[in-house]
Write a protein that binds this ligand. Structure first.
Ligand code: ATP
Length: 458
């Protein structure tokens, strides 16, 4: 194949990402056949595979490659006292204003980014007809009832973060996992926030998945571990291919810090909507364990045998969003170029994140090629997640694989039937080489383990 004449790609827009996600079955509007439910999304086949890859890379970095962090999967519904102790019942609020004229609701602290319902488009409060109420605090927790009776005593909340499930299991883990600080507990799962202004696709939704880890440390070591986790988490995104110039750290000024935090920094990504939080890393001190100890009456501390004293560990928390991370990986990977006069859209995903690693394609669906391709496919997929596709022209099938980010295409052609070799096509360079079919599985498994750098960096 001739060298692709590369054109520089302008940064992708959110609309282009949404269109690709729909076209290729990554993410759909939820309840679409009923007109859609605002800011909720369903993940299709490739979206599930991509988000699973993101989560499994997170598990790998947190648990698989270390000895000091254990896994947990706590319930979404917890005792209501959990949210009293954590401060969520009292303080997990955003200031809300209503417009009596257009009936829309806005976050009082974000009016400069909101749009009034009237034309021409202005910020809320800027039209003469605007009639905004005073701000009132709106709790972001979803309230529900346990059991058949909708009474006050049966009130329960969908968790607004996974972290509290970790704190209330501190004692269990200490006993059964036989850990001592510094050690961590990691959890991935759904969280729910009744956001006043969700939006920007899966960036901010009311139901989303979090990947949170609470790292319990001796108090004197907290500052050092905070810096350590900032570095580790930024490295995770970079090693999975995010371009370094699209990542930055933002330290929260003291007036922005949550009630429990002595230091917080966000890892931000340059999304099409501008620099926005991808992950927050907080030094939570001993706030959570102390609160839960007080509210539950259980001792939540660690007894240091060497020193003969008990102490409440401090907590460093890297808290990421699986949906937001998946969105950032798609945005960062999205690329278009002209190849021999034709536009090609390609997701240059890190191979370990790609939903499908290899596609096995018979050049044409006759002359024994599909049968041979199927055999090769059975072999390859036992080594790396793969897909078989024989429908339509080879060009169309490549384009489809490019758009879902499949790094390697394996084509079975007439020569395969003669000498047993296949062509191996590289998604990014478009180079093709002939490789004996029997070696493909080993070759791809080895490639998958190699360090990787985004070809968008040139
Ligand atoms: P934001 O400032 O964007 O509301 P936050 O600081 O409240 O986020 P955290 O409580 O620190 O967020 O949650 C950790 C991570 O969970 C965020 O960095 C983000 O990736 C993800 N997250 C939080 N809220 C949402 C949401 N409504 N939709 C999707 N992901 C979210």
């Amino acid at each position: 194949m001739a060298e692709a004449s590369r054109t520089t790609t302008p940064e992708v827009t959110l609309d282009e990402v949404v269109a690709l996600c729909k076209r290729r079955g990554f993410i759909f509007q939820a309840s679409e056949i009923y007109g859609g439910l605002a800011s909720t999304y369903d993940y299709g086949h490739y979206g599930v595979l991509l988000k699973n890859s993101v989560k499994s890379e997170w598990w790998r970095a947190m648990v698989g490659e270390r000895d000091d962090i254990v896994a947990l999967d706590s319930a979404i519904l917890q005792h209501p006292r959990v949210w009293e102790a954590s401060g969520h019942l009292e303080g997990f609020t955003d200031p809300l204003v209503d417009c009596r004229t257009c009936k829309l609701r806005f976050r009082a602290d974000d009016l400069e980014n909101a749009q009034c319902g009237r034309k021409p488009s202005r910020h809320p409060g800027e039209h003469t007809e605007c009639d905004l109420t005073d701000p009132r605090q709106f709790n972001l927790m979803f309230k529900t009832h346990m059991g058949p009776v909708e009474e006050e005593a049966a009130v329960a909340y969908l968790r607004p973060e996974t972290a509290q499930g970790i704190f209330i299991n501190f004692k269990n883990v200490l006993q059964f996992a036989r850990r001592k600080p510094p050690f961590g507990i990691a959890q991935v799962g759904k969280s729910f926030r009744n956001e006043i202004t969700p939006g920007n696709f899966v960036f901010r939704t009311r139901e989303f998945e979090q990947m949170e880890m609470e790292y319990f440390v001796p108090p004197a070591e907290a500052d050092g571990w905070f810096e350590y986790w900032l570095g580790e988490r930024e490295r995770w995104y970079r090693e999975l291919g995010i371009r370094p110039d699209h990542l930055r750290l933002r330290q929260h000024p003291s007036e922005e810090l949550s009630h429990y935090s002595s230091a917080t920094s966000d890892i931000e990504y340059l999304f099409p909507i501008g620099w926005s939080e991808l992950e927050g890393i907080a030094n939570r001190g001993d706030f959570d364990l102390t609160q839960h100890a007080e509210f539950s009456g259980e001792k939540l501390e660690y007894f240091d045998q060497d020193k003969g004293e008990a102490y409440v560990p401090h907590v460093i928390e890297p808290a990421a969003g699986a949906d937001r991370a998946a969105l950032a990986f798609i945005v960062d990977a999205y690329d278009t170029e002209e190849v021999e006069g034709r536009k090609r859209t390609v997701l240059r995903l890190h191979p370990r994140l790609a939903p499908v690693k290899a596609a096995v394609l018979p050049l044409v669906s006759k002359a024994g090629m599909p049968e041979r391709a199927r055999e090769i496919y059975e072999d390859v997929r036992s080594r790396v997640p793969s897909e078989y596709d024989e429908g339509g022209s080879i060009g169309r099938r490549y384009r489809r694989q490019d758009e879902i980010g499949t790094p390697w295409g394996i084509t079975v052609d007439g020569q395969t039937l003669e000498d047993g070799t296949v062509t191996l096509r590289d998604r990014d360079s478009l180079e093709q080489e002939r490789v004996p079919a029997g070696e493909i599985g080993d070759l791809l498994a080895a490639k998958l383990a190699e360090p990787w750098r985004s070809p968008k960096l040139g």
